[in-house]
Ligand binder design. Structure first.
Ligand code: SF4
Length: 351
């Protein structure tokens, strides 16, 4: 099916009014996550602030271990007991941290849905796909089985799965990888959530299927105006799907801003390094500047600016003083760098 022909299901199951345009649907303040381990505490997230407005796509980008997934798992109460979470995370004004598991289950799926990298983490291999979608629906709404199954087939149709009336009766192993990811997306949008959190949803797919899934998510987002948090290590994906980008490094925000502004002129050396590794954007670049070194161990994060061991602009102050996140450049663009004024990155040119 051509994605442009997809018919979305408009708010049929919504029991509350949708968020107003520009309403802040998710507000995170000073979020900290520490894991207790045998080797000592792991400081995975260290004072993250994040805002998500209705209808916007926020891309969170960073290397493995930067804390981007842990941040969202903490908000949804999906971290193991070894995690200590402090700070604030409000969904449409209501505090999520500290809520009882039963209360958080009511939020997950119905209000905030999460799409994972591996669809098999969400799809049970021993149950038919249609049955799993109807269970997701009936967990939050009183629907007769037959009506739920009809809606399950409609949902599979809406994500571009051919012969949905046949597919609802099949098991996940009878679906290709791309179709499983589509089925999981169908399950996640079943209850018309206000927020979709997509955690590396295309990383395990080949390039062609990855492009199709990105197009599908963008189509769904544009037609439903659902807010999306898209977690990835790939700035190229962010360029294709996001309105704003938040760059994370060592559990903190390095830079945040509108995608166009950040891509046109990054204000943090780490963002600059990520951009310089995008070949398509650097086709005209005189030279590429890869990020040297590796992300730090979060058992012993470096003092001052955690990026200083890898940063080409680092000076003595960077080893001792943690730079605050401050606005610089375009409106809403903020960088946590003492020398943000010296960072120069034009699209396709790194200096
Ligand atoms: Fe580099 Fe210093 Fe800026 Fe950190 S604060 S990114 S070490 S220049």
């Amino acid at each position: 099916m051509d994605i442009s022909e997809v018919e979305m299901l408009p708010g049929q199951l919504r029991d509350e009014p949708p968020p107003a345009p520009d309403e802040t649907v998710l507000e995170i303040r000073d979020l900290n996550v520490t894991f207790k381990t045998e080797d000592g505490p792991v400081y995975a997230v260290r004072g993250i602030d994040l805002d998500l407005s209705a209808g916007e796509v926020l891309g969170i980008v960073g290397e493995s271990g930067s804390g981007k997934s842990v941040t969202m798992l903490a908000v949804l109460g999906l971290l193991p007991r070894t995690a200590t979470v402090t700070g604030s995370a409000k969904f449409r004004g209501e505090q999520l941290l500290g809520r009882k598991p039963r209360e958080l289950r009511a939020v997950r799926g119905a209000k905030i849905a999460m799409i994972f990298q591996d669809p098999l983490t969400a799809l049970n291999p021993v149950h038919r796909v249609g049955k799993q979608i109807t269970e997701a629906l009936r967990a939050h709404h009183e629907l007769p089985e037959k009506e739920a199954m009809t809606r399950a087939a409609d949902l599979l149709d809406s994500v571009g799965i051919p012969q949905p009336e046949v597919r609802v009766n099949q098991y996940p192993h009878e679906f290709s990888g791309g179709m499983r990811q589509r089925a999981m997306i169908a399950m996640m949008i079943a209850n018309d959530p206000d927020i979709i959190i997509a955690d590396e949803p295309t990383t395990a797919l080949d390039v062609t299927i990855q492009a199709q899934i990105l197009e599908l998510l963008k189509t769904i987002q544009e037609r439903t105006r659902t807010a999306v948090v898209f977690i990835t290590h790939d700035l190229g994906v962010i360029a294709r799907i996001a309105d704003r980008v938040q760059v994370m490094y060592a559990g903190r925000t390095a830079e945040v801003g509108n995608v166009e502004d950040v891509f046109a002129r990054a204000r943090h050396p780490y963002t600059r390094g990520l951009l310089s590794s995008l070949p398509a954007l650097n086709a005209r670049a005189a030279r590429l500047v890869p990020i040297t070194g590796s992300p730090p161990s979060m058992l012993f994060p470096p003092g001052g600016c955690a990026f200083h061991p890898r940063c080409p602009l680092a000076q003595d102050i960077c080893k001792t003083d943690q730079p605050p996140l401050r606005e610089i450049g375009a409106p809403g663009q903020c960088s946590a760098c003492h020398f943000a004024e010296l960072v120069v990155t034009e699209r396709g040119t790194v200096t």
